[in-house]
Design a protein around this ligand. Structure first.
Ligand code: ZN
Length: 233
């Protein structure tokens, strides 16, 4: 036997190298008698949490909020235009920066939060501009999109298989979304009959066909295998 570290010759009875103190592993001696050749405690990899960067980003978001608030209140007559940039900054913060404060942020939780903040912002813009488009246009479409995105995000996170079904279903839902958008546009903005669909039928048909194609590929296993071979997916 030779020491793995310094190469000195060792007697079979030695547990440690007499020269450098390195533990000796004897393949012939039972493991209990020899000292383990690895350290008893392995220090776990430290989790990187970019708290400092997030803190700076938070300050960078708070600064323009404070400045716009000050300018609007000081030079204008009360709160007039500052709500738009402040709302935009809050929206940006809640979508991109807020989740990063958490270790492994769960999109299933942060998706509805983002849509909620967006809804409140749109409601504010609606009131501020004295519009009447929130309840009959923005809100129903926002709810539809939020439900669609949250469902897809939840399915992608908690199911391992069936991605083709999810993609197919998403295509069909986007097609339906076009019809929903035109329906609420007819109600809110246009002087038309509410079921007078003009453009949304075309994307509906296209999305429906694409979605059904994906679902059929997902159902038909031989077809899927041959496509995989042909396109090297
Ligand atoms: Zn040694």
């Amino acid at each position: 036997m030779y020491c793995v570290k310094c190469g000195v010759e060792l007697a079979d009875t030695e547990n440690k190298c007499p020269l450098c103190g390195t533990s000796v592993y004897h393949p012939d001696i039972a493991r209990e008698k020899a000292e383990p050749t690895y350290p008893a405690y392995v220090k776990g990899r430290e989790k990187m949490r970019p708290q400092g960067v997030l803190f700076i980003l938070t300050i960078l978001c708070l600064m323009p909020i404070a400045i716009t608030l000050f300018c609007d209140l000081y030079f204008g007559n009360g709160l007039t235009w500052a709500g738009y940039p402040i709302g935009g900054i809050i929206l940006f913060y809640s979508i991109f920066i807020l989740p990063s404060w958490f270790y492994r942020p769960n999109p299933v939780i942060f998706c509805p939060i983002s849509f909620g903040v967006l809804g409140v912002f749109l409601l504010y813009v609606n009131f501020q501009t004295e519009g009447d488009w929130f309840l009959t246009f923005a809100f129903p479409i926002l709810v539809f999109v939020a439900l669609l995105v949250c469902t897809v995000v939840t399915l992608l996170r908690y199911t391992r298989r069936g991605r083709l079904y999810i993609a197919g279903g998403t295509f069909i839902a986007v097609g339906v979304l076009c019809v929903v958008i035109e329906f609420f546009m007819n109600i809110t903005f246009l002087d038309r009959m509410i079921f007078d669909f003009f453009w949304s039928i075309i994307p509906l048909i296209a999305c429906f066909l694409a979605g059904m194609m994906l679902i059929i590929i997902a159902i038909a296993r031989p077809l899927r295998e041959s496509l995989k071979k042909r396109f090297f997916i």
